[in-house]
Design a protein around this ligand. Structure first.
Ligand code: FAD
Length: 508
């Protein structure tokens, strides 16, 4: 057995959240190790919605976001969701799928894309590797002992135990987090809402989707929950088949192929089953996010229904919130109490995201109830009522932390709050995006924000004797972002935290 000391942070789990956390902490100058029990990156698709805010976080880290986005589905092809009898059968109704168009560039430099998790993760692994950090695969986290200044973890790599001593331990180890269990942290909320068989397959279904290209297809002949998810072009798919809670994945590939064929109209098509698994939908949040030197991040802290695509996205944003606080405390710039702000800031966001995702899942029942009735108007109305499920830009971008200096209460969830994002400079909000020019390059206002320190931005006529970036001096503001989007006077200042959320605003 060996003991390794003097690392700042041990990260357990190399899913999208663990990898993003490792990149953030490494960029901030910290020694990190990241261990993963799998032998390599994720091979099966789960998440596909990567929202604008998550791309913004990766952009700030320095990930090649243009490359990532080039691997995503074409917004035209993935721009709709449909309710069909079977794939290729009657289209009963359709809705736009999220806001992916260029008009969104006024609000974010990186609009939402559909990018399957099994395509995303290997790219993130490569990005991390190019920073000099290799994921330690086939390494399982087993247990820990917390000390005054460190936490010592026992891990097993190919049967060999190792003790790893780190200042902090981050459980990015997903829904069944061993780190969470070892910390005595419980999950709150329903743990079994619906079960599914997940069938990952390839098939050229273009002849069935030509008339109705899209990313999600609800298969109405199949009963509640049967859904086809397009994961790239028309060739890679997941079929989520509703099953009862005792379902065991022990069918033959032929059985799974028959199941897939049962949701397609009868056409000759080759189907190759790649992977099958079962999965249970839950809506749960950890009752605490911190236990001493241990923090939960991502699915370890919250598990949402996928109806909203918020899981991976929320996890990356947890990491963004926590990393700069760890940096400030490890570097002795801030007291340990700064780390206590992680839970009260992030847990309410998880609660809102869980609530919206759960409401989306339940609201879908309306469509299936309307299907059984002769009144076609009722079905149309029921499908129309699903708009909030597929248009969540407000929830994705408008989340705000309850921090000192806020002058207005945070609005409760409503369809309007979920759908519509209004740029705001209320402390706790994300800095609104605007296009600026620095050194003759077009940048986003978000690009001004330092990853490790608060950034003060001042209007063109501010004169205080402090360190700040000034409109007109340090960057040009051709579209008057300062005055029009932020609504600030020329002699005002805003202070923005490293996670790009506003911490204060001041007029002279
Ligand atoms: C059908 C479906 C669709 C979804 N769609 C979306 C979507 O569109 N958008 C979205 O944002 N989210 C979506 N999600 C959710 C998303 O997949 C998860 O939220 C995301 O994977 C969570 O990332 P994570 O890194 O926190 O956890 P994980 O991806 O679960 O990674 C945790 C890692 O920890 C490792 N690990 C666990 N225990 C140990 C241990 N003891 N030692 C070492 N390693 C360990 C695991 O092997 C795993 O690799 C979807 C989920 C499903 C099932």
């Amino acid at each position: 057995m060996t003991t390794t000391s003097d690392i700042d942070v041990l990260i357990v789990g190399a899913g999208p959240v663990g990898i993003s956390t490792a990149m953030l902490l490494h960029k901030m100058g910290h020694s990190v190790r990241i261990i993963e029990r799998r032998e390599g990156p994720q091979r099966a698709p789960a998440a596909h919605v990567i929202n604008a805010r998550t791309f913004e976080v990766w952009r700030q880290i320095g990930v090649n976001v243009d490359h990532l986005r080039s691997l995503a589905q074409d917004p035209q092809a993935a721009g709709q969701v449909h309710w069909v009898t079977k794939l290729g059968g009657t289209v009963l109704g359709s809705l736009p799928y999220e806001r992916q168009g260029d008009e969104m560039l006024a609000l974010t430099p990186t609009p939402l894309r559909n990018l399957a998790q099994h395509i995303l993760e290997p790219v993130l692994v490569d990005e991390l590797s190019s920073m000099g950090i290799e994921i330690e695969y086939s390494t399982q986290w087993l247990s820990m002992v917390q000390e005054d200044e460190n936490v010592v973890s026992k891990v097993s790599k190919n049967g060999n135990d190792e003790d790893i001593k780190a200042k902090y331990l981050l459980g990015c180890d997903g829904a069944s987090s061993a780190v969470r269990r070892a910390s005595g942290i419980n999950m709150e909320g329903p743990d079994n809402l619906q079960s599914f068989a997940m069938i990952h397959f390839t098939a050229d279904l273009s002849s069935l989707t030509r008339e109705c290209p899209g990313v999600l297809y609800w298969l109405c002949d199949q009963g509640m929950g049967g859904t086809l998810i397009s994961h790239g072009g028309d060739n890679e798919w997941v079929y989520m088949h509703p099953v009862d809670a005792n379902y065991v994945v022990d069918q033959s590939p032929d059985d799974f192929e028959s199941l897939v064929r049962s949701v397609l109209i009868d056409v000759p098509v080759d189907i190759k089953i790649l992977k099958t698994s079962s999965w249970t939908m839950t809506s749960q949040i950890a009752d605490r996010y911190r236990d001493g030197r241990v923090f939960l991040v991502g699915d370890a802290a919250h598990r949402f229904p996928p109806s909203g695509g918020m899981g991976l996205n929320s996890g990356v944003q947890d990491a963004h919130n926590l990393a700069w606080k760890l940096h400030a405390v490890i570097d002795s710039q801030s007291p340990d109490s700064l780390l206590d702000t992680y839970e009260p800031e992030r847990r309410p966001i998880a609660q809102r995201n869980a609530q919206a995702s759960l409401e989306n899942a339940f609201k879908m029942i309306e469509v299936f109830e309307a299907l059984g009735k002769p009144d076609q108007e009722g079905l149309k109305q029921a499908i129309n009522n699903q708009q909030t499920h597929f248009d969540m830009f407000g929830l994705q971008m408008g989340f705000r932390y309850e921090i000192e200096g806020s002058t207005t209460p945070i609005a409760p969830l409503s369809d309007d709050v979920i759908r519509n994002y209004l740029p705001s400079i209320e402390p706790g909000c994300r800095l609104p995006h605007g296009w600026l020019v620095r050194n003759e390059q077009t940048i986003s206002s978000l690009d001004l924000i330092d990853l490790t320190e608060a950034t003060v931005i001042a209007g063109p006529s501010a004169t205080a004797n402090i360190n700040y970036l000034q409109v007109g001096r340090d960057f040009e503001d051709p579209a008057n972002w300062w005055g029009t989007v932020l609504g600030l006077a020329g002699d005002s200042y805003i202070t923005v935290r490293p996670d790009q959320h506003i911490s204060s605003r001041t007029t002279s």
